[in-house]
Design a protein around this ligand. Structure first.
Ligand SMILES: [Zn+2]
Length: 204
């Protein structure tokens, strides 16, 4: 996949559906991320070595994993396997693991739950505009979240804002998907606007 060369820090893996379930279950389940960071990073690296990841034949790919280490993990499912038709997408913390880590699952963290809900709308939008390019648009749009914890909101220019629904401070979790351009990858990633839930006004 050429995306990996154009987007620094991105790791892309592809799986058959059953292989993804094994991978998800082998990820370290993180009950208390702040207390045992060292422990878990040790476990995760040793587990990754124990289950070598080989890219599967292109006609069997059913799950695509996009990993930005220490930012997020996104899981996209393709239906049918081997097609370029995305049918679900979800975002998780890179520290989460377990059988719920799949394209129709939800993170335990509010920030990634919000993004997953927003990504579902983006997926439907990309499919509606042009189904043949929906997968590429979606993958590139997902990459715009690599600045999730570093880019300030395009409206209020703050990094964090109180989310009224959850009463939590959240980064800008909404990135516009209308007018998202795949023609120039680096500029579309750098110019992508970011919004807090309360600062976002894109018409649905
Ligand atoms: Zn804002």
């Amino acid at each position: 996949m050429s995306l990996e060369k154009k987007v620094p820090n991105l790791k892309v893996f592809t799986y058959e559906r059953l292989d993804w379930l094994k991978r998800a279950s082998s990820l370290p389940a993180n009950e208390n991320p702040l207390e045992t960071v060292k422990d878990h990073s040790f476990h995760s690296s040793s587990k990754l070595r124990a289950t070598p990841l080989a890219d599967v034949a292109i006609d069997k790919v059913a799950v695509i994993e996009l990993l930005f280490p220490s930012v997020f993990r996104a899981v996209v499912s393709l239906h049918p396997a081997g097609s370029i038709d995305p049918d679900a997408v979800a975002f998780f913390s890179p520290e989460e693991g377990g059988s719920y880590i799949h394209a129709r699952g939800f993170s335990v963290y509010h920030v990634f739950k919000h993004i997953t809900e927003h990504a579902g709308l983006a997926l439907q939008y990309f499919l509606g505009v042009q189904a043949e390019t929906a997968l590429f648009s979606l993958l590139l749009w997902i990459c715009s979240y690599q600045t999730l914890f570093t880019k300030v909101c395009s409206k209020c220019e703050r990094l964090l804002a109180m989310d009224r629904q959850s009463a939590l401070l959240l980064p800008s979790v909404n990135r516009p998907y209308r007018q998202f351009s795949t023609s120039n990858i680096s500029s579309s990633l750098n110019l992508t606007e970011t919004y807090h839930v309360g600062c976002f006004t894109e018409e649905r």
